[in-house]
Design a protein. Sequence first.
Length: 237
Amino acid sequence: MNLGKTLRLRRIFAQGRALILDCHPLREDPLGWVRLMARSGADAAVASPGLLDATAEDLGALAVILRLDAGRWPVQPLLSVQAALEMGVEAVSLTLSHAARESLERFGRVAEEARRLGMPLMAEVRGEDWREPAQLSAEYGADLIAAPWLPDPAGWTAWTRAAGKPVVARLEFSAPEALIAHTWQIMQGPAQGIILGPPGGPAAEAGRLLEALHAIVHQDVTLEEARRLAGLDPRDG
């Protein structure tokens, strides 16, 4: 692997695993969410250029994965890898889906630029039929894959082992009980972390939950201990 990619990925996976928090789209209190991330022990934040510019002084030690496109919009990337490099980020992210074939074409172009510049590229695969674009992205330039967590642990684990690249499971904010249980289950397998979507409510309410998720990802705590850290009854897990 290119030396630049190796050094940048090491910042994201400094402890061998990664707790990555997504800042897109943030509808409430974006600055509060970024400050909470910086205090929570998270390893990296996924951000848009505008949000990065607004919150750069509050990121602390967080590594930054810069989103080059606008998520599900069927458009060309809105930012170049060269521009991301000049912004000083650790990696870039691009969205892929099975339904949008053009997303694979633009992924190839971005992967070539990222390879040339030594910038790690994360493929964010979405949709029900995400396995094919995920596999293609692994074979054609992705350094990291963010894949949706499935309620089929055996199948998801088998795919993760076969991917050949680091895989982080994408989860959305949900009831604390479910989020704790899913994260703990994921980290018993070969995934190298989770990427968590932004909360639907005030950021401050997520503090204890993030502490518990960090303990699962980086400290291998039991499910009961994680529930206790989140303020839940350990006996209900």
